[in-house]
Design a protein around this ligand. Sequence first.
Ligand code: TYD
Length: 207
Amino acid sequence: MFIVLEGIDGAGKSTQAKLLAEWFENRGYDVVLTKEPTDTPFGKLIRRLVLTGGKEGIIDGGAKISHEAEALLFAADRAEHVDKLIKPSLEAGKVVISDRYFYSSLAYQWARGGLDLEWLIDLNRFAVKPDIVFLLDLPVKESMNRIRSRKVKSEFDKIFELQRRVRENYLKLAEMFPEMKIINAMDDVKTVHNQIIAIIETLLGEK
Ligand code: TYD
């Protein structure tokens, strides 16, 4: 089973991903908990060139790299992720849980402006389809409050207008991709977890 968690920054994806991994492990499943951008050299390059906003970054430093190049970097990171970890793990019968995936590229790179959604979808054609995608949805104001206490923030985290467009995009994507289920991320951690588990149990019953 391949499960993805999506949502704007501060929606609670990594907390829910961990809880979900524990839930599967307690039931004897072999679980691979992973994320995008990855911790591989590709992911590190993205953090350096796209997300840090430093001298080389595209945000504070002006348009150092194009939005196309940004989308290609995320896609390259994903291609390695799929080939080296996701596919082999699924083939070995493991449960794979990814904190962000293909849908992040659609929601974020589409929100950066000037890019065509169809082009982004085509670019990511190689990405194996998850069984289910939980979209943790909450208002941007709330996510900004949650992020404020974080020590490490990416440049994307700080931009209210970008987050607002990203949230809108996610909700549009949920209408296009039937595997996406919207979860109200305003609820407390346990309630959100229980909502996710209820859907997983139904899926497991069908498998
Ligand atoms: P994030 O989940 O915040 O990672 P971390 O907490 O480890 O820094 O991801 C970093 C940012 O990258 C986030 O703002 C969303 C963005 N992003 C994209 O723009 N496109 C993508 O395809 C992915 C995977 C992430």
